[in-house]
Design a protein around this ligand. Structure first.
Ligand SMILES: [Zn+2]
Length: 220
């Protein structure tokens, strides 16, 4: 599939945007997921993804285990992130190596400071879901988050509209589209196109911070 005519992404002739799903759960490390990690990789290929970021609840995949997955699907970029159950809401965190400093229930202000100290990026998962007063949490915590999820399998049309509205108040946020998948069928249903070459977590963080990305419903 070509993205040649998609608006909003500056293209160079020899580089296609990279398509990522950056919010995924597996049964190996998230009790509420039914997806075997290797089935997830197969589903990601089928969905036409170039890369995935595994973001279990309050758990960061060890690099040794990620290596197993990379060996099984060498054509896919496979990175580890984490979905931290913060006070006030869930936060997707990328590019960190030590999750022990991000305990469940941590306030967003401290959470984001620690993520930035480790050189990572923090993106609010499904803003406003389940009555979360997103703007109040941001204001009260002073959290300088790097972006928000604007679509996922766990965001209905209204939440997606509200996320677009939030961007008017927070135009500096990166916009991510993800699946938040807990079952193989939904892997890659929404995704993020990056106008950047991303092979490492450091490159991912740089691209998010530079907002070289946009969200889309993935039609394969
Ligand atoms: Zn999730």
């Amino acid at each position: 599939m070509s993205f040649r005519h998609e608006a909003g992404i500056a293209r160079t002739p020899d580089r296609q945007p990279m398509k990522f799903d950056l919010h995924l759960h597996t049964s190996r490390h998230s009790p509420d997921s039914e997806t075997d990690p290797f089935d997830l990789l197969r589903a990601a290929r089928k969905a036409g993804l170039d890369g995935v970021v595994l973001t279990e609840h309050d758990y960061l995949w060890p690099e040794e285990e990620l290596e197993e997955l990379r060996a099984a699907e060498p054509g896919l970029v496979i990175l580890g992130g984490i979905e931290v159950t913060g006070r006030g809401g869930d936060m997707l965190v990328y590019g960190i190596t030590d999750a022990s400093t991000l305990p469940r229930g941590i306030g967003w202000g401290d959470l984001v400071k620690e993520v930035h100290r480790q050189g990572g990026a923090a993106v609010a998962a499904h803003p406003n879901r389940w009555g979360q007063p997103f703007e109040r949490v941001v204001r009260d915590s002073g959290a300088a988050i790097d972006g928000i999820e604007v679509m996922s399998n766990n965001m209905d049309d209204e939440l997606r509209r509200e996320a677009q509205d939030l961007l008017k108040s927070y135009p500096h946020y990166a916009q991510l589209g993800n699946s938040d998948s807990h079952a193989p069928w939904s892997v890659g249903c929404c995704c993020t196109l990056f106008d950047a070459e991303i092979r490492t977590s450091a490159e991912l963080v740089t691209a998010i911070r530079a907002r070289k990305c946009r969200a889309l419903v993935n039609r394969g």
